[in-house]
Design a protein around this ligand. Structure first.
Ligand code: FES
Ligand code: FES
Length: 169
């Protein structure tokens, strides 16, 4: 009789939104699944699971990364920020979150966490984007609802809000 082999689990530490988590995961565990199922951080959404839609975008050391393309065991080397970590310590939404609400940049909201993380990182690189640059910034994220016009406006509005903040980031 063949012995059923148990899948090896690895003890890892993940730094997410400033908190260190210890968990045991198989080597094949995707970061997106570890965040949602092991840590309960369901703000990171999963659409295509193929790196196409951008719904699962998180920040790794401040850079936007597809959580569905990164293994949890490989994420231990990075400081991870999910959409839950974008707000300030007092829970105040960041400028991008406020701009999306103000400009109606969301409808069903499924894609929104990926846009918020992407744009938050994008405005750090380019704090004052032209309209073309704003479009380019979100080109890797798919939304089935909004037609993108309001999302582009939200990027521009977020840039305005951030430039008005003191001190500058
Ligand atoms: S779920 Fe990761 S890019 Fe679509
Ligand atoms: S708001 Fe519905 S998918 Fe973007």
């Amino acid at each position: 009789m063949n012995e059923i082999r148990r899948e090896t689990r690895h003890e890892i530490r993940l730094r997410v939104n400033g908190v260190t988590y210890e968990l045991r995961v198989p080597a094949r565990r995707l970061l997106s699944d570890a965040l949602r199922h092991d840590l309960g951080l369901t703000g990171t959404h999963v659409g295509c699971e193929h790196g196409v839609c951008g719904s699962c975008t998180i920040l790794a050391d401040g850079e936007p990364v597809r959580a569905c393309l990164l293994l949890a065991v490989a994420a231990t080397a990075h400081e991870i920020t999910t959409v839950e970590g974008l707000a300030g310590p007092d829970g105040e939404p960041n400028a991008v979150q406020r701009a999306f609400a103000e400009c109606h940049g969301l409808q069903c909201g499924f894609c929104t966490p990926g846009f918020l993380t992407t744009v938050t990182a994008g405005l750090r690189r380019d704090p004052c984007p032209t309209r073309d640059a704003a479009r380019e910034m979100i080109a890797g994220n798919l939304c089935r609802c909004t037609g993108y016009q309001n999302i582009v406006r939200a990027v521009e509005r977020a840039a305005e809000l951030e430039s008005a903040q003191e001190p500058a980031r």
